[in-house]
Design a protein around this ligand. Sequence first.
Ligand SMILES: Cc1ncc(COP(=O)(O)O)c(C=O)c1O
Length: 445
Amino acid sequence: MVKHVELARRNKQFTLTSWQTQNGWRPVSMARADDVYFWDANGKRYLDWSSQLVNVNIGHNNQQVIEAIQAQAAKLTYAMPSLATEPRARLGELLAEITPDGLTKSFFTLGGADAIENAMKIARLVTGRQKILTRYRAYHGGTFGAMSAGGDPRRLANEPGVPWIVRLHDPYAYRSPLYDGRTRDEGDQALIDQMAETIEYEGADNIAAVLLEGYSGTSGIIQGEEVYWRGVQQLCDQYGLLLIIDEVMSGYGRTGKWFGVNHYPWVKPDIIVMAKGLTSGYVPLGAVVVSEQIAAHFEENVLWAGLTYSAHALACAAAIANIQVYRQQDLIERSAKMGQVLRAGLVALAEKHPSVGDIRGTGLHQVIELVKNRDSREPFSPFNQPMTEPMQKVAALLLANGMSTFVKWNWIFCTPPLIINEAQIEEGLSIIDKALMLADAYTEG
Ligand SMILES: Cc1ncc(COP(=O)(O)O)c(C=O)c1O
């Protein structure tokens, strides 16, 4: 045990971790990784059921990507962003190809949060308007503006945040009172009606853009359906608001399409923000991809944005190689197919375990919501509260049985790498099965 314990001790002694007290940090170590697994410093194997931070979409230790990074490093590692490079040009071309029609030019960042910052800045520069509409149940990153834009309660530590964010309520059909006594479609419509009211109250002339995740992620995979998305597009058209779609988590095959928003072909984003699966974490990179009209605006107007590491050559090379891997291995289709296998397994678990209240998501982007009581829907751990005993035990058992994933409040996230096969999905489901058995003991009624 000494190897792992010693590594954790040195990490804790000399470095700070995120989103928790330092005392509460009990890190698992990670010494090497391959395919959908990683190993700690003692050699214990974990099934990576979350693709780390839902970013290692192509899986670990992909030789094609590693060799592309090595080849780029041997040629050119860094050029300042005002210079032209081959990997930057090629990646720009590829992003124009794979993003929805009309999106033509990319601005490169280091990750998701700074891409969100720049997308909001671009929307405000282009429109000359100030406000951005976002959702309460959303996460857009940990920098100051992005943290304000996200409604995720982590932002409460950052209040009042930037003053020009206005938050909308969410299509949380399982819990929102707006859906009580209504069909799913009626609830979605009620939410859109409320959004129209908000736009009127805030003054459409003050609103630059609506910012939404293409497919909701870390806030609980809370997704509106067709009525919702048609309504959003219609309101953007009616009031002349730009639509920024955050695909940081939902992009790159996560939901069985290239981008979450591809599930709604009538939605026309003006800006798409991406990171995570763009490079699957092999090198940090984010991008803001804008429409032809927005790009045209900056032909004559200064783009007041810049980063020393924008369009880093190694990161661009990693992204190009990733896109080749997605294409060559048909990973987008594979996610849709394996997603059905995963979903069927989760439905079977829900039938067996009274602690399962809801299952949401699509593709390899699913979440299980655990409840004390299926009728009252009382969660095991309430929103924004420390995890209660049953959820702590569930999390500990998953880990002990060799599964690494997110357990947050009363949710277990199921977002494995897109290369996962049926046997590995079975392996994951059987670990979750045991944890749910433990949770069942805490149910009532
Ligand atoms: C939807 C979404 N947007 C933005 C971000 C922020 O990305 P990053 O952590 O790379 O800054 C995240 C991170 O989880 C995310 O899920």
